[in-house]
Write a protein that binds this ligand. Sequence first.
Ligand SMILES: [Zn+2]
Length: 203
Amino acid sequence: MSIDPETGRLADVPFLPSPHCDARPEGMLPDLIVVHGITLPPGAFGGPWIDDLFMGRLDPSRHPYFASIVHLRVSAHLLIRRDGAVTQYVPFHLRAWHAGVSSFAGRQRCNDFSIGIELEGTDDAPYAEAQYASLTRVIAALQQAYPSLRAMTGHEDIAPGRKTDPGPGFDWARLEQALAPHHWAAAAAKGWASGARLAIMST
Ligand SMILES: [Zn+2]
């Protein structure tokens, strides 16, 4: 898995362009990865609905729940499905609209400086083996292409009281173990008091 620095895209994964993105602030590089969980409609796996939401083409007549979200202009850089399949919607050098009102280490507007990765899942059900495997490969590729990356956290951590994803179903310790060869470790254990779950340790 690799990233083309010209296009800001992962090679060999489908790219479905979202209109819900814009430029990052001048000179700003991504230093944070935000992990999310999403299902549409809530609790249901599969279907094209997440693609449709991020691409601004969700048909509200297809499910009663959709009328309540069809106005949202949201996106993420990536979605990882239950089977580990990866889809990209926004090039990494652009700002995807995934975090909303948010704060990390005293900095507001996390979209400015983060990469948003959605995992198909609910807060309480365990995420799938294949999703951890894909996420690990994606992160290894991202840190190669964007050496500015330093930390990783959950949407619930940067928007507490407003968001609950990826929730207790997401096993941070498991991700830490998978990413250890890439120099990631639990942030708290290393004295980071920033709200990060995992951080890249200098070698
Ligand atoms: Zn989220």
